[in-house]
Unconditional design. Structure first.
Length: 465
C-alpha cells in the first residue's frame, strides 16, 4: 500500500515486537476528530496501553489538521492519505485501514478471536464521520469490533405540526415565522422531550455514518442519557452502552487553561482586536444541506447582513463548503462590499489552533451554527447557541435550554432567534451536559469490557453458554 505513510520505516515489525497482545488504534480524520480523540490517546498512553494514532488524511491542510496536531504535540503513527470524492474516500479508508489491520494480525502469536491472527486491534472511531463508518467496517471485516466514541447521536426534529396547533406565532400561511413574542414560547416548547420526533436523515451523510458505525461497535461510549435511549431502542446490548459524557469537555477545559495564559490570548486577539471585548456573534455554516440549497443559505446570509446593518459585531468563520456556497449563489461581490463597509465584520478562514477558537468563543454573546460539535462546546462554555437546522443531533442541548433551533429558511426568524439568544442570561446559565474527566471514564469502560472478555463478543460470551 504505497499511499500509506508511516512515522517509522519498521512500523509493523516494531508494533509486532510489543509485548501487549491488544493494540489500541485511535483514529482521527477531521478537525473535530482531532479535538475529541487526542484526549483519549493521551489517556491510553498514560495507562500504559499499546496505542497507535492513525490519521486517514481527510483533513490534511494546516488550518484543519496540521496546526492542531502541533498544538496538541502529537504525530500520527500512520496516515492513510485518502483523497477524492466521498465514495473514493470511503473505499480508500476501508482498503487501506484494512491492510494495516491485516498486517498487524500477522504479527505475534495467534489468538482465538474471530479469524485468528496475531495482534488484536481495537479501533477507536469517533462520532458520525466518514472515517467512523469506513474504519469500523474495515475492522469488522477482520473480526474486530470498534470502540465508538460519541455513540448514539441521532437527529431529532421539533414537532412542527404540534407547534402550529398550539402556537399562534409561527409559521403563518405564507410560511413566514411570526416572532413578536414567540421566542420564549418556542424555547420552552423545545425544552420538552415530548415535542421532538425521530426520522430525519440529516445531517448527510453523518446520520448514515453514525448508524453504520454502531453495527460494528463493541463498546458504545454515549455522551448523554438520550443517546443511550436511542441505542437501546435500536437493540444494542445494555451492558455495552456507557454514558460517559463527551470528550469535547476535556478538550475545551484544556484549551481554556492554555487560553488563560496571556500570550495565548495575544495570538488571536492581536489579529482580531475587536473580538477581545466580546459582544459578537460567531457564524459557522458548512453543512452540505445548507450550503447546497439556495433557499437555506441565502436566508442565513441575509440574517447575518441584517445584524451587521444594525451595528452588531459578526464573526464569520468560512470553510470550504461556505466558500463554495458564496460563489454558487452569487454572493461574492456582496460579501466583499460588506467586508469593506463594516469594520465590525470579521470574515476569516477557519483558525488552525483550537486554543484560539476557545479563547474567542469564551467571549462570544451567541453562536449561530449548523455544526454538531459547536452545540456541545457552547454548552461547556455557557454561550447561547442558535442551531441553523430543522432539527439537531444534539437535541439534549435544546431540551436543556441553552440552544434554540432556527430553521434555515426565513431570514427574519433567524435574525430574531439570534437577537433573542444574544447574552440571554437564562440560556447562559443552563446546566453543563457533557461531564468532566470524560477520557478517563471512557477508558474505564473499555478496560471493564476487556477484563470480562473481548470487544468483539460472540454469542457464547453474550449468552454465557
Amino acid at each position: 500500500m504505497r499511499s500509506i505513510t508511516y512515522l517509522r520505516k519498521d512500523f509493523f515489525n516494531a508494533v509486532g515486537a510489543l509485548s501487549q497482545e491488544q493494540i489500541h488504534v485511535v483514529l482521527i480524520a477531521t478537525k473535530p476528530d482531532i479535538i475529541k480523540q487526542i484526549p483519549l490517546y493521551h489517556e491510553l498512553k498514560k495507562r500504559g496501553h499499546a496505542v497507535l494514532l492513525g490519521h486517514t488524511g481527510q483533513h490534511y491542510d494546516e488550518n484543519l489538521s496540521g496546526g492542531m496536531l502541533k498544538e496538541f504535540g502529537v504525530e500520527p503513527d500512520f496516515n492513510l492519505n485518502v483523497r477524492g470524492s466521498m465514495y473514493e474516500v470511503v473505499s480508500q479508508i476501508i482498503e487501506r485501514f484494512g491492510f494495516v489491520i491485516g498486517e498487524l494480525k500477522s504479527r505475534g502469536p495467534a489468538h482465538r478471536s474471530l479469524g485468528g491472527g496475531g495482534k488484536i486491534v481495537i479501533p477507536y472511531v469517533h462520532g458520525d464521520t466518514t472515517t467512523a463508518m469506513a474504519a469500523s467496517n474495515a475492522a469488522y471485516c477482520h473480526g474486530f469490533a470498534s470502540v465508538h466514541v460519541e455513540a448514539g447521536i441521532r437527529t431529532l426534529t421539533p414537532d412542527y405540526e404540534k407547534w402550529k396547533v398550539e402556537s399562534a406565532y409561527l409559521p403563518d400561511r405564507q410560511g413566514k415565522w411570526k416572532v413578536e413574542d414567540g421566542l420564549s414560547a418556542w424555547r420552552k416548547f423545545l425544552m420538552d422531550r415530548k415535542n421532538w420526533k425521530r426520522g430525519s436523515q440529516e445531517p448527510y451523510p453523518e446520520q448514515f455514518c453514525t448508524r453504520c458505525s454502531e453495527a460494528a461497535t463493541g463498546v458504545h461510549l454515549a455522551p448523554v442519557e438520550l443517546d443511550r435511549e436511542f441505542l437501546l431502542g435500536e437493540g444494542f446490548a445494555d451492558d455495552r452502552i456507557f454514558i460517559v459524557g463527551n470528550t469535547v469537555a476535556d478538550a475545551t477545559a484544556e484549551a481554556l487553561k492554555r487560553a488563560g495564559k496571556e500570550e495565548r490570548f495575544e495570538s488571536v486577539f492581536e489579529r482580531y482586536p475587536i473580538l477581545e471585548r466580546g459582544d459578537f456573534v460567531r457564524f459557522c455554516i458548512h453543512r452540505r444541506e445548507n450550503c447546497s440549497a439556495e433557499r437555506r443559505f441565502v436566508p442565513i446570509f441575509r440574517a447575518m447582513q441584517k445584524l451587521l446593518e444594525e451595528g452588531r459585531t459578526v464573526l464569520l468563520i468560512s470553510l470550504f463548503q461556505t466558500e463554495a456556497a458564496i460563489d454558487r449563489f452569487g454572493l461574492r461581490k456582496e460579501l466583499e462590499e460588506m467586508v469593506k463597509m463594516y469594520k465590525h465584520f470579521v470574515y476569516s478562514p477557519v483558525w488552525p489552533l483550537y486554543t484560539d477558537v476557545i479563547a474567542a468563543m469564551s467571549k462570544a454573546s451567541v453562536c449561530a451554527t449548523d455544526s454538531g460539535s459547536m452545540q456541545e462546546e457552547m454548552n461547556v462554555l455557557g454561550v447561547p447557541c442558535v442551531t441553523l437546522r430543522f432539527g439537531s443531533d444534539r437535541s439534549e442541548s435544546a431540551m436543556n435550554g441553552g440552544n434554540i433551533i432556527a430553521p434555515p429558511t426565513d431570514a427574519d426568524f433567524i435574525h430574531a432567534a439570534i437577537t433573542f439568544a444574544w447574552d440571554n442570561t437564562d440560556m447562559r446559565n443552563t446546566p453543563k451536559l457533557y461531564g468532566k474527566n470524560v477520557s478517563a471514564k471512557c477508558i474505564d469502560a473499555v478496560e471493564k469490557v476487556l477484563k470480562a472478555g473481548s470487544i468483539f463478543r460472540s454469542d457464547e460470551e453474550r449468552l454465557k453458554m
